[in-house]
Design a protein around this ligand. Structure first.
Ligand code: PSU
Ligand code: MN
Length: 308
């Protein structure tokens, strides 16, 4: 398979990523929480495979990131992806506990925050996901704000999303990103998207029309000595979207049932996504897969442009 780069950090690169690094090919990081906690089997596995294939078709190399039995994997072999997609009791890792999983030889999927940390460590500067975590509705009571926001502020990785997940409080999430100095750029639209829907009703803070323009913006930030990442919001394709008014009905009901069942902490986002999956008869999953695929394509184009 491949080799460790440090005797202290148990890190392994997939054969494909090792070869890509040797020839200086553009790389795109992909997260694994979306596989283990964000989607049911077998849709999760189909998604994990198809996003990797899309990245390859665009001329970049995919690096799906996860912790398996205490080893940080940058790129997974096909059989590891298949195993992860059906694994039970996998940790959901963020900045707070990714090193815990390594030290205790546990297995865990990486969230946006943890994937950014691992990607930066591996020299990968572009990353595709579905939607970032952010400020939850009712955060003024629960204080539930995703560590993804803080990570975007700290770690220099471009994260391509379809916006924050629409289960969140999107205006508050944008406010926090602004406070923490994270650029929020919508790709090719003035309208800020809302994950399953193309519009959130909010204007995007910034808009850029091409992968090259995004790469150029990032270079300019580096020249100025500004660290931290940036968030790209890539609206879900029209043919795959579920309208915002319709989604709001499901989201409202899912939030009410989360409250009834007293779901808190890390379990909130997976619970809401699963509840909405059942309410929509699987339609939300179809849209979720389509938007991740769309993000993988754009991320690969940005990685290629950054390499140019
Ligand atoms: N995008 C998806 N589905 C997901 C996620 C992203 O389409 O499940 C995951 C990401 O790993 C993100 C996490 O970091 O949800 C947010 O979790 P929380 O709200 O607990 O911070
Ligand atoms: Mn949370």
């Amino acid at each position: 398979m491949s080799k460790s780069i440090s005797p202290l950090l148990p890190i392994v690169y997939s054969s494909e990523v090792t070869a890509a690094k040797a020839r200086g090919a553009p790389l795109v990081a992909l997260e694994s929480t979306i596989i283990t906690h964000g989607m049911p089997f077998p849709g999760n596995l189909e998604m994990a495979r198809s996003v990797e294939q899309i990245v390859r078709l665009e001329g970049a190399v995919p690096a799906t990131i996860a912790v398996i039995e205490g080893v940080l994997h940058i790129g997974l072999e096909p059989e590891q992806i298949a195993a992860l997609a059906q694994m039970k009791d996998v940790m959901k890792l963020s900045r707070a506990d990714i090193a815990f999983a390594l030290a205790e030889r546990r297995s865990g999927a990486t969230t946006v925050a943890a994937t950014m940390i691992a990607a930066a460590r591996a020299g990968i500067s572009v990353f595709a996901t579905g939607g970032i975590g952010g400020v939850h509705r009712g955060a003024e009571e629960s204080f539930d704000i995703s560590a993804d926001i803080e990570e975007l502020a700290r770690t220099a990785v471009i994260v391509v999303s379809a916006g924050p997940k629409a289960i969140l409080d999107i205006p508050k999430t944008l406010e926090m990103l602004e406070t923490r100095g994270v650029p929020v750029v919508t790709y090719d639209s003035e309208e800020f998207p809302a994950f399953w829907s193309r519009i959130s009703g909010l204007k995007s803070p910034l808009t850029l029309p091409s992968p090259a323009a995004i790469a150029n913006f990032q270079r300019m930030r580096e020249q100025l000595g500004i660290d931290g990442g940036m968030l790209i919001a890539n609206p879900v394709p029209l043919e795959d979207e579920i309208a915002r008014e319709e989604m709001e009905i499901y989201i409202g009901r899912a939030l009410a049932s989360a409250e009834r069942e007293e779901i808190t902490g890390k379990a909130v986002t997976p619970f809401l996504l699963d509840t909405i999956f059942h309410m929509t008869g699987g339609r939300s999953l179809k849209t979720n897969i389509a938007l991740v695929e769309n993000n993988a394509r754009l991320a690969a184009e940005i990685a290629v442009a950054m390499n140019a």
